[in-house]
Design a binder for this molecule. Structure first.
Ligand SMILES: [Fe+2]
Length: 193
């Protein structure tokens, strides 16, 4: 019989953008994201110059993988673009019917969601706004601002992550800068099936 779980305190540093404690930290650089951007040639060009910019990083606090728990985390997406497309996360679907929320602490961005039929929905993020991802919707976050985008998230610990669908098909829409403003436009590389 496993030990009964004990309550815990997790502290979110709103300004610094860190949660304490955390059990895992991951940095995602352009080299890991190149094929997710619509302009792969531009990504290759940057990498060929010997640069590999940090696109985003996250801190996760996984208390327990057992069903019934929540995984908590905090993501920082840095400002920037590859071609016209803003820095963003890879995006994923959950393996099981599991919701998630993204609570914006700092910066400006968008939470892009897509269901299995290819229907797209966007929630704009600014400090204090919470984007709710219902079960069954793939999700990606995009930094459309000039500073860091920082948000706090929580999801059921047994949700599971599927990155393959997004990697192979992409999202139907992407977020690009047009006339100095973010615009959601069709993804030229999107494969529906
Ligand atoms: Fe998720």
């Amino acid at each position: 019989m496993s030990q009964p779980q004990r309550p815990e305190k997790v502290v979110v540093d709103f300004r610094g953008g860190v949660i304490k404690p955390y059990t895992r930290k991951k940095e995602v650089r352009l080299s890991e994201l190149r094929e997710y951007f619509s302009n792969v040639e531009e990504a290759e060009k940057i990498l060929l110059k010997g640069k590999d910019p940090l696109i985003y990083e996250y801190y996760e606090y996984i208390y327990s993988e057992a069903a019934g728990n929540l995984n908590l985390g905090l993501t920082i997406i840095y400002p920037g673009k590859i071609g016209k497309e803003y820095y963003m996360t890879k995006g994923h679907f959950h393996e099981r019917d599991a919701a998630e929320f993204y609570f914006c602490l700092k910066g400006r961005g968008m939470l892009l969601m897509q269901n299995k039929d290819g229907e797209v929905s966007v929630v704009e993020l600014e400090p204090g706004s919470l984007g709710y991802v219902p079960p069954g919707w793939g999700h990606r976050t995009i930094n459309t601002g000039r500073g860091k985008l920082v948000f706090f998230f929580a999801y059921p610990s047994d949700a599971g992550h599927n990155y393959t669908i997004i990697k192979e098909r992409g999202f139907a829409m992407i977020v690009v800068e047009e006339a100095k403003a973010p615009k959601v436009v069709p993804n030229p590389k999107y494969h529906k099936t």
